[in-house]
Design a protein around this ligand. Structure first.
Ligand SMILES: [Cu+2]
Length: 122
């Protein structure tokens, strides 16, 4: 019975192909899904004379990028004025700092010292 054999081969091919597609799909979704791992780059927007996130919690190794969306200059300066200190950021300008050590990092805008926020690295 040639037809039966052909059907059997076709059937096996479909099963093997389906298995392969499922396997590739699983690998793909694993690669695309970061799980519980936090992203290693985070943005904070400066709007309306305030920092977008008052208390930002990040994992060690995270790079935080501040973007000034106001039409007046702002700065991003750590409370101790040495850990990080941006120049005056004009509209649309960015400043980045990578937090490597766990701790609490309060910061402010040196142009408007009432603008404060903090980054908690843990
Ligand atoms: Cu400011």
């Amino acid at each position: 019975m040639k037809t039966q054999k052909a059907m059997w081969i076709l059937g096996m091919t479909v099963i093997v192909a389906t298995g392969f597609v499922l396997m590739v799909g699983t690998l793909r979704s694993q690669a695309a899904d970061p799980g519980d791992k936090p992203p290693d780059a985070i943005e904070v927007k400066i709007d309306n004379f305030s920092f977008g996130t008052m208390t930002l919690k990040v994992a060690p190794g995270t790079t935080v990028t501040w973007t000034n969306n106001d039409d007046v200059p702002h700065t991003v300066v750590s409370e101790d004025k040495t850990t990080f200190r941006s120049k005056a950021l004009d509209t649309g300008e960015k400043f980045s700092y990578t937090f490597t050590k766990p701790g609490t990092y309060p910061y402010f805008c040196s142009v408007h010292p009432k603008m404060t926020a903090e980054v908690v690295v843990q």
